[in-house]
Design a binder for this molecule. Structure first.
Ligand code: DX5
Ligand code: ZN
Length: 221
């Protein structure tokens, strides 16, 4: 498995977003947390900011939609040029239709599960997705503590993907840091979102490099 690192700009300085994304040019993705103050108790940014970011970074955008009614809004992010669009299983009322609309607009389709949502309920959707996001905190805020209790679910998600012989990426998001990334990799994750671990670091690019090294090391051992 190839390690991919996706710094979350939720922990970046929103007044200097263009510089903040340039500071992590060694990353694989820029993770963009869209929150609507309804699905989660926080409000961040939406499509206009995504459109502006697309103009200033060569890296693909990984849009994580923590919003109600993703069926209505998600295809627009894919049409705008996001590389990946992830909707929450808990919020979607027609996930298959929406995931197909994301793919047909040319983006990778992702399905996110909150810590308390069982992965087994979504096993049948695996052929419809390019990435599963297993949340390792309750969504809504950066800087929260990693929930170790979710790791068995990461393992079960990897087993389900393997069992079906699918090329679905497995992303973890929330509390991923130098202390926790190896545990996530050992459990089978291959795409790692890190907000505070990257943007609170003195040198964000060095933080990306070192997270990548730790995760790769965990595969090798
Ligand atoms: C939380 C967001 C995360 C957040 C992660 O709801 O989905 O992407 O930015 O932040 P850290 O890495 O600080 O936990
Ligand atoms: Zn996120």
């Amino acid at each position: 498995m190839a390690v991919q690192i996706a710094p979350s700009i939720l922990s970046a300085d929103f007044a200097r977003l263009a510089d903040e994304v340039t500071a992590v040019s060694n990353a694989d993705w820029i993770h963009v947390d869209v929150m609507d103050n309804h699905f989660v108790p926080n409000l961040t940014l939406g499509l206009p900011v995504v459109e502006s970011l697309l103009k200033v970074t060569p890296l693909p955008l990984d849009c994580h939609l923590m919003i109600e009614d993703p069926d209505r809004w998600a295809p627009g992010y894919a049409e705008a040029g996001a590389g990946s669009v992830t909707i929450h299983a808990e919020a979607a009322s027609a996930p298959i239709r929406t995931l197909r609309a994301i793919r047909s607009a040319g983006a990778r389709a992702g399905l996110a599960l909150n810590p308390g949502t069982a992965v087994e309920s979504y096993a049948d959707l695996l052929p419809e997705i390019d990435m599963m996001l297993v949340m390792t905190v309750e969504p809504g805020f950066g800087g929260q503590s990693f929930l170790d209790m979710v790791l068995p679910k990461v393992r079960r998600a990897r087993d389900l993907i393997k069992g079906r012989d699918l090329d679905v990426w497995l992303q973890v998001d929330g509390g991923v840091s130098a202390e926790t990334i190896e545990r996530c990799a050992e459990a089978g994750a291959d795409v790692f979102v890190a907000g505070s671990a990257v943007y609170s670091a003195e040198d964000p690019a060095e933080a990306v490099r070192s997270l990548r090294e730790r995760a790769s090391g965990a595969y090798a051992s």
